[in-house]
Design a protein around this ligand. Structure first.
Ligand code: SAM
Length: 257
């Protein structure tokens, strides 16, 4: 490994994971598959080092200084095509798919765009699973169940494509520099491809004011009279709150709306 000290860049959400036991747990939790791994934000390569030992890796790193460093650190793996590094913003590289073959995403994500990246990966038909470190609060939202206080549109989208679980909680002390928030590693295993954009729009409206009733939230966008009929047809209480419906209810509601 390149031992020169690197100044972390806040604007790129750089918090380097230094705790070896957490790195090992991430590798142990990887789904058993022969698919390629995509790593977003390899940073200094601490996680990458473990990943290339297991499978071939396609990495995306926005920071050109780190790309140069990674090219030196991993010159052997790059030469043997065990590792490919794409230098640039992953969100710009991401069209309907990120790469042209099925892959598992494994990453300690930059938190400032973590939700966006997860939603893109859930929508990407080539992405088959996500094992990602994110802010703990964000992981809990994706992995929540009906009735949980934090059950949200993100939970419904996740349950629409597969299952999510928290693998391990990670304290700020595992990183350098330490983030201000707690973190968690979350695994999402996809069983089907995602619902469409219009479904997500409906969810956004449904959860726009989580403490208000679902009917009130939906009425801001859809015809109230029609909603009243649909609620009656689906046997939904007019006073139900958005977090109290389950994913199947949301899909039924969507079909009728
Ligand atoms: N994987 C390393 C680790 O675990 O120590 C670094 C993780 S750090 C939380 C996030 C990484 O994502 C940084 O290397 C950062 O430069 C990179 N990054 C931030 N924004 C990015 C973007 N839009 N596209 C690709 N990489 C990005």
């Amino acid at each position: 490994m390149n031992s020169e000290r690197v100044e972390a860049k806040k604007k790129f959400g750089q918090n380097f994971l230094k705790d070896e036991s957490v790195l090992r747990k991430i590798v142990e939790a990887m789904p058993n598959s022969d698919r390629k791994i995509v790593e977003i934000g390899p940073g200094l390569g601490d996680l990458t080092k473990f990943l290339v030992n297991v499978k071939s890796v396609e990495a995306f790193e926005v920071d050109t200084d780190l790309c140069k460093r990674l090219n030196v650190t991993f010159k052997d793996e790059i030469a043997t095509k065990r590792l490919r590094i794409n230098c640039g913003d992953v969100l710009e590289a991401w069209q309907s798919t990120l790469i042209d073959e099925p892959y598992d995403l494994v990453a300690n994500l930059p938190y400032y765009i973590a939700t966006n990246i997860i939603l893109k990966a859930l929508a990407d038909p080539m992405c088959k699973s996500l094992l990602v470190m994110v802010q703990r609060e964000v992981a809990l939202k994706f992995a929540a169940h009906t009735g949980d206080k934090v059950f949200s549109g993100l939970s419904v989208i996740t349950q629409s494509v597969g299952t999510a679980s928290i693998v391990i909680d990670v304290p700020p002390s595992a990183f350098d520099p330490m983030p201000k928030v707690d973190s968690a590693v979350m695994l999402i295993e996809k069983q089907r491809d995602r619902s469409d954009k219009a479904f997500e729009e409906m969810l956004k409206t449904a959860f726009s004011q989580p403490r208000k009733t679902l009917l009130k939230n939906l009425s801001s966008r859809y015809d109230k009279q029609r909603l009243l009929e649909i609620f009656e047809e689906l046997n939904l209480s007019m006073t139900i709150r958005p977090h109290q419906l389950d994913t199947t209810d949301y899909h039924q509601l969507y079909k009728k709306i």
